[in-house]
Each structure stands twice: as structure tokens, then as C-alpha cells.
Design a protein around this ligand. Structure first.
Ligand code: SAJ
Length: 406
């Protein structure tokens, strides 16, 4: 039996996937409400194919509880927040979960950490916590790091098909955990050491963050001299060795906007490109706000309450608002404009900010300018509805003239 600890965005799909492929799984989470929801037959967030996978896992006998189980393999998938000031990872939840596992697990058990941690975290915090209990790593407890790689919006497909990394102290333990993941994963699974596995995960997200920052910087340069950044990127990408990402209103989510800071926090005098890139991305919501002011001025618009932000989530077609560029923009706007902007997102059904609408048509009736912060399918399918408005299109999705860009 596998005990998956932490049933959030990564732990839940992983637990379901294992169960759906015939592995006996118990999912444990300290959040009683979440466990109650799962036991009532409901998933806790929206994701393509998740409900179907959930039903399959339930039929295969998956169980959800707040209790840690007595078994020989644990997968720990708890959050790893970072300290916004020191830019360092806070491993407290991982250490606490491992500590709780140690109170129930038999000798010889394997603890697989899936949570993203900065390179060296397992050496610095997890090993000492185990050794402090008088346990010998490699004999009493086996440690593995198996970082996840799945992208929100396509998690179920990517869980099945992505290559993965398993970091282990001992080869045979790495191979044992590899065969567990191979029960569902059709990608290649590489076995390496723990430190390398930690670093690869953070480096992958840093690569994407730096490349998005490059696109954002190009957008700023092009805006300064009135050039079309999208046309330029399109043409550059026709070069066989150039592949520039897309500029946008900011970078959100709990991965790309967070993990690269771990490297800046740990290597402040070395991670220069990464530091600048993260600052560039973090500055994009304010850049959009300044574009809004410019457009208001150009259009002679004085009433900021007639401006509407489309989208609250960190990216399209997910219901996750962590580090959302729209929330960052609203925070920034509070310091500048007295009148709050209007907001609407089809994926956010509860009120999270003032002046939030839950009906697209009503939202449109109450705004003259719409700022497309997120390119949800809904707006792509309803372009005709916004054609008469002043539009600031932060994703270059509008195909009519007179549209403003970042
Ligand atoms: N974004 C841009 N321009 C782009 C692409 C993305 O501005 O060209 C923005 C998005 O709008 C969003 C943010 O970046 O706000 C991040 O979105 P994303 O789709 O790039 O990535 P995430 O955060 O949803 O998922 C990433 C993935 N990492 C990589 O692609 C290297 C995923 O594979 C990881 O599993 C995930 O982080 C994670 O959990 O670490």
C-alpha cells in the first residue's frame, strides 16, 4: 500500500493515478474539510480529466483520511512556501510531514518527497530531522526525491506521458520507486541522486521563467519604440534555433513565479540573470497598469470604474489564483487609483475581490474598457461581444483592429 501525504494540486492526481492503475492507495491530508469533500465523491479543484480519473480511482478502492498509515512507501506532496523577503524555501511542511510519517512507519520504509524544494533542502532539513530520532538513513529509512513535472491544465495527460526524475541515495531503492511510477508513467524515468533531482526541478522552472522574462523585456523595448513584438517574435521563431516564448501581463502560479527565487535566495551573488528575470516578470502587472493609464489618457477616459479586468486566475482555463498577475495588478492599483477596477473570471465562482462580477454579459454592460489578463476559452469563443469596447489585449488574441497591446 502507498500512503500519499498531501492531497493538493499534485498529491491528489498522483494518488488517483496510482490507484487507477491497480496500486492500493490511501491519501492522507490534515485538512478535514478537504478529506470530507473527497469522501463525499467530489474533487477539490477543476482540471481536465480529473473527475474521470477520480471515479476510476474510487472504483479501484482509494481511501482518503486525515490519519497517517502504517506502510512501507510514503509519497510526500505537501506545499513548500517561500519567504518573500529572504527568497528562501520554507521546508516546514515537508519536515513536519516526514516527522509524522516517522511516528507510524516501520523500519526500512521509503519516504518519497515529491514537493518542490530548493537544492540542498533534503540534506539541510530532512536528513537531520530523521537522524535526530536516532534513525539511520539507508537502513531504517530510505529517502527519495521524485519531483513532479505536470502542467496545470494538462495534468492527467502529462502524469501519464512526461519523463520523470527519481533521486535516491541507493540505486536499488531508486529502481524500486521507478517501478512504482512506471505502473502508470509511460515516459522515460531517470534515476539519479537526490541533490541532482532537487536541482533539475528548480532549473526547469527557472529556464521557463528566464525565457518568459526575455519575451516580456522584448515587449517593453518594442512598446518604447512602437514596434510589433508579436510579429517580431513570430518571424524570429522561424529561425531553426530560436524559440521565444510569449510576453504577458505577468507570471503567476506556484512554480515559475516562485522556484527560481530559491536559486536567487541561495546564490544571491551568482544568480544574476535569474534575479533580473524574476524582477522583470514581477514588474509586468505594474507595466500593464501604466498601459491602462496611457490608454485612458489617449481615449479621454476619466472614470476608472468603467475599466474591467477579464480573468483572475494565474493562467487560462484553470481555477488556481496563486500569485495571479490580476491580483498583483489590483494590489498595485490600490496604491494609485482611488476607484477599484471591475473584475470577472468564469472560473472563480466566489467573491474574492471587490467589484467582482459572476456574469460575463453583466460585466461587459458595466465597463467601457476591457483588459484581457487571462485568455480563457470563454473569451476566445465570444470575441464578438467585446468588439465595440476599448480593449487592452495582453495576450494578442483579438483579431479585430483598434486593439491595444502591452
Ligand atoms: N506565461 C507567459 N508566457 C508564456 C508562457 C507562460 O507569460 O509564453 C505565464 C502564464 O500565463 C502563467 C505563468 O507564465 O502566468 C506560468 O505558466 P506556465 O503554463 O508556463 O507554467 P505552470 O506554472 O502552470 O507550470 C510549470 C511547468 N514548468 C515548465 O514548463 C518548466 C510545469 O511543467 C511544472 O510541473 C509546474 O510549473 C510545477 O509544478 O513546477
Amino acid at each position: 500500500m502507498i500512503n500519499v501525504i498531501g492531497l493538493g494540486y499534485i498529491g491528489l492526481p498522483t494518488a488517483l493515478m496510482l490507484a487507477a492503475h491497480g496500486v492500493e492507495v490511501v491519501g492522507t491530508d490534515c485538512n478535514q474539510k478537504l478529506v470530507k469533500t473527497l469522501n463525499a465523491g467530489k474533487t477539490t479543484f477543476k482540471e481536465n480529466g480529473l473527475d474521470k480519473l477520480f471515479n476510476k480511482a474510487v472504483k479501484s478502492g482509494i481511501k482518503f483520511t486525515t490519519e497517517y498509515q502504517v506502510t512501507d512507501i510514503y509519497i510526500v506532496s505537501v506545499p513548500t512556501p517561500y519567504d518573500k523577503f529572504s527568497k528562501k524555501v520554507d521546508a516546514c511542511f515537508v519536515v513536519a510531514a516526514v516527522g509524522d510519517v516517522l511516528t507510524v512507519c516501520p523500519k526500512g520504509a521509503t519516504i518519497v518527497i515529491e514537493s518542490t524544494v530548493s537544492p540542498g533542502t533534503i540534506d539541510k532539513y530532512v536528513r537531520p530531522a530523521i537522524e535526530a530520532k536516532g534513525l539511520v538513513i539507508g537502513k531504517d529509512i530510505h529517502l527519495v526525491h521524485a519531483p513532479e513535472r505536470i502542467i496545470p491544465g494538462n495534468m492527467v495527460y502529462e502524469l501519464l506521458n512526461n519523463n520523470r526524475t527519481i533521486g535516491a541515495d541507493e540505486r536499488e531503492i531508486g529502481e524500486k520507486v521507478k517501478s512504482l511510477y512506471a505502473s502508470f508513467c509511460q515516459g522515460e524515468i531517470v534515476v539519479t541522486d537526490i541533490r541532482t533531482a532537487e536541482m533539475t526541478k528548480v532549473v526547469e522552472n527557472t529556464f521557463r521563467a528566464v525565457n518568459i522574462a526575455f519575451a516580456n523585456e522584448l515587449a517593453k523595448i518594442c512598446r518604447h519604440d512602437n514596434m510589433d513584438v508579436y510579429e517580431i517574435i513570430k518571424i524570429c521563431n522561424m529561425h531553426p534555433r530560436v524559440n521565444i516564448l510569449q510576453p504577458g501581463p505577468g507570471v503567476g502560479g506556484h512554480c515559475i513565479s516562485v522556484d527560481p527565487w530559491f536559486l536567487v535566495g541561495d546564490y544571491p551573488s551568482l544568480a544574476k540573470v535569474i534575479d533580473e528575470s524574476m524582477k522583470t516578470n514581477d514588474g509586468m502587472p505594474e507595466f500593464v497598469l501604466n498601459r491602462i493609464y496611457e490608454i485612458m489618457k489617449e481615449k479621454g477616459m476619466t472614470d476608472a470604474s468603467r475599466i474591467g479586468l477579464y480573468g483572475l486566475t494565474y493562467k487560462e482555463n484553470v481555477d488556481d489564483m496563486r500569485e495571479s498577475p490580476t491580483l498583483q495588478l489590483l494590489e498595485c492599483q490600490e496604491r494609485h487609483l482611488a476607484v477599484p477596477l471591475k473584475v470577472y473570471d468564469p472560473f472563480i465562482i466566489h467573491d474574492v475581490v471587490p467589484n467582482q462580477y459572476h456574469d460575463f454579459d453583466k460585466f461587459l454592460d458595466n465597463v467601457d474598457m476591457i483588459v484581457i489578463m487571462v485568455k480563457h476559452s470563454e473569451i476566445l469563443e465570444n470575441m464578438n461581444k467585446i468588439a465595440g469596447k476599448i480593449v487592452l489585449d495582453c495576450h494578442n488574441i483579438c483579431n479585430f483592429s483598434g486593439v491595444y497591446h502591452i
